[in-house]
Design a protein around this ligand. Structure first.
Ligand SMILES: Cc1cc2nc3c(=O)[nH]c(=O)nc-3n(C[C@H](O)[C@H](O)[C@H](O)COP(=O)(O)OP(=O)(O)OC[C@H]3O[C@@H](n4cnc5c(N)ncnc54)[C@H](O)[C@@H]3O)c2cc1C
Length: 384
């Protein structure tokens, strides 16, 4: 049976941006009836942790493994919030070893990866847990309703009220709406949701709100980087050669090595059970596509072969025995690229709709930094 729900504010998405927004907004608006709707099974979005039913005890950060804050503009709001997360012991400075492979010859000209610029932070638990801790901070547990495994496929703005339609046909009504993902605003919705219109464009037709028109037009210039992550559950005896004790260890490949091995970075993640998980990231399109045409087992053997060749003779990393288990995660839209949306387009007063996420510019476009900053900025705009 289809259901109908009514709220003051609905938030679409349960990634880190939505969690930062919800916890900071609710802190001062405790009486509001708020719900968060997320397609996935839990919080975290692209900053999440794979907790496998098959491999008990393993927690692998399979999207963003940590967060790095450059704060080039010394934004005080961002600075204060990161300080707050540190004070609450949700994050700590990430002092893990970070090695650029292929750059030994001239250390001065190492091009730092966009994922390691600025100050790096690690959640004290896992990336998924960080989002949970953020949303439940400020004593907000029980103050917000969650709808997981719920995909919003259509938006209607009628009689001054938002109506969100889920894939299963449930209706969610609210006075205010926040979209922390741009899926319902971007042309990729046509392919992903199999519709013949962009939901927000249909809800607010052209020439009704200049900001919304500009937002949708600019988003047309934004594209997305597909990625794959390979999660390797190593055998129980797999260890480092050098007894490295820290939680994570990052290897970044320079362009030449990335072209040769198809790996962008390799992240070792120490598990609570003492085992070492390995997550390999790739954004090489040909490599990603080849999994569709190849036998999956052959593809996995290729990953082992490339890994072992890459770390041949390395003083800290042992080879894999090739019978470790690999699980593959495909990210159709791992990161926005191209045009970063200006923060000035975050909120439409007329339609009582706000937006946040890593698709905004300002600081850290395409990274957690932008997700956090845009969420903090949106809270300020909602108060106006
Ligand atoms: C493999 C990988 C590696 C990365 N590495 C780094 C890194 O090292 N450092 C870094 O800073 N960043 C990294 N990133 C980027 C980082 O993960 C993102 O910038 C950040 O997590 C985005 O958070 P968000 O809340 O803005 O969006 P998301 O996490 O995408 O949250 C949006 C949520 O909305 C949900 N949703 C969307 N549409 C709907 C709908 N219609 N109905 C219901 N739910 C919906 C989605 O399921 C999603 O959970 C990486 C990303 C990937 C995939």
């Amino acid at each position: 049976m289809k259901s109908s729900f009514e709220y003051d504010l609905l938030i679409i998405g349960g990634g880190i941006s939505a969690c930062v927004f919800a916890s900071n907004y609710l802190k001062n608006n405790i009486t509001k009836k708020v719900a968060l709707i997320e397609f996935g099974r839990s919080l975290g979005g692209r900053s999440s942790t794979r907790i496998s039913r098959r491999f008990r005890g393993w927690k692998l950060n399979h999207g963003a493994p940590n967060l790095n804050i450059s704060n080039n503009n010394n934004n005080l709001l961002l600075k204060k919030y990161i300080h707050e997360l540190l004070e609450k012991n949700f994050i700590k400075i990430d002092d893990s070893e970070s090695i650029s492979l292929g750059n030994e010859s001239n250390l001065d000209i190492i091009q730092k990866s966009e994922f390691s610029r600025g100050v790096n932070y690690l959640p004290l638990s896992s990336m998924s847990k960080l989002s949970q801790q953020i949303i439940y901070s400020n004593n907000l547990k029980g103050k917000i309703d969650f709808y997981f495994e719920t995909l919003i496929v259509d938006l209607i703005f009628k009689y001054n009220q938002w109506r969100l339609i889920s894939k299963k046909g449930d209706i969610f009504k609210s006075k205010y709406l926040v979209c922390s993902s741009n899926l319902l605003l971007h042309k990729r919705s046509l392919e992903v949701l199999k519709t013949n219109y962009i939901p927000l464009r249909k809800a607010i037709p052209e020439n009704n709100d200049k900001k919304i028109d500009l937002l949708i037009n600019l988003l047309d210039k934004q594209s997305f980087i597909p990625r794959m992550t390979f999660l390797i559950y190593t055998n129980k005896n797999y260890r480092y050669k050098d007894f490295y004790p820290k939680k994570q260890r990052y290897f970044y490949l320079n362009n030449d090595l990335e072209n040769k091995y198809n790996f962008e970075r390799v992240i070792f993640q120490l598990q609570d059970n003492g085992k070492i998980g390995i997550v390999i990231h790739t954004k090489k399109i040909d490599f990603i596509n080849s999994i569709n045409s190849n036998d999956e087992n052959l593809f996995k053997q290729k990953i082992f072969k490339n890994f072992n060749e890459l770390f041949e003779g390395n003083s800290s990393v042992n080879k894999l025995s090739c019978n470790e288990v690999i699980s593959i995660m495909k990210w159709r839209a791992s990161q926005p690229s191209g045009y970063a949306i200006p923060l000035s387009l975050q909120f439409s007063k007329k339609y009582r709709i706000g937006f946040c996420g890593d698709w905004f510019g300002g600081e850290g476009f395409g990274r957690i930094e932008s997700s956090i900053l845009s969420a903090l900025m949106l809270v300020k705009k909602f108060k106006t």
